[in-house]
Design a protein around this ligand. Structure first.
Ligand SMILES: [Zn+2]
Length: 149
């Protein structure tokens, strides 16, 4: 498994902090705008626009929700980089669990299969999504679980 180097970590940290600042700024201004839109709804002058305003407000609040989720993921990634996270940065915890479970099972076949699992999240994925929690395979599993929940 290829661990991110110190230089990589510094780079990811810079990217994450920038993204965090951008998102926090966005959420703040979007929330202001959404609230302004609801003020306008209350005034008679804008009754004709109410339909669009409500639509816009819902749309913006939806964006805020997604952004807040991303902010949370970024904050968790920063904690992992600083060594304060729930698992090491750049490692897929679910892959790690699979490897550990296989080791404990003492089933030779499982141990052999687990030896092929690389819990490290590929560099290409981290460069694209430094806040990724899981490898692509487990990310897809998680999304499928969420959809069926
Ligand atoms: Zn994984």
């Amino acid at each position: 498994m290829v661990k991110p180097t110190k230089a990589d970590l510094t780079k990811y940290k810079t990217i994450l902090k920038q993204q965090l600042a951008t998102l926090k700024g966005d959420v703040g201004s979007m929330r202001d705008e959404a609230l302004r839109a609801s003020d306008q709804d209350a005034s008679v002058d804008h009754l004709a626009d109410q339909g669009t305003d409500n639509y816009d407000q819902g749309f913006m609040l939806g964006l805020i929700e997604n952004e807040e989720e991303t902010i949370q993921l970024i904050e968790e990634a920063l904690e992992r980089i600083d060594g304060n996270g729930d698992w090491p940065f750049g490692v897929c915890p679910l892959c790690d669990e699979e490897v550990e479970a296989a080791k404990k099972s003492k089933d030779a076949k499982k141990v052999k299969a687990a030896a092929k699992i690389d819990p490290a999240i590929p560099k290409a994925r981290l460069e694209y999504l430094p806040w990724a929690r899981y490898c692509v395979r487990h990310q897809e599993d998680e999304e499928r679980n969420r959809e069926s929940a």
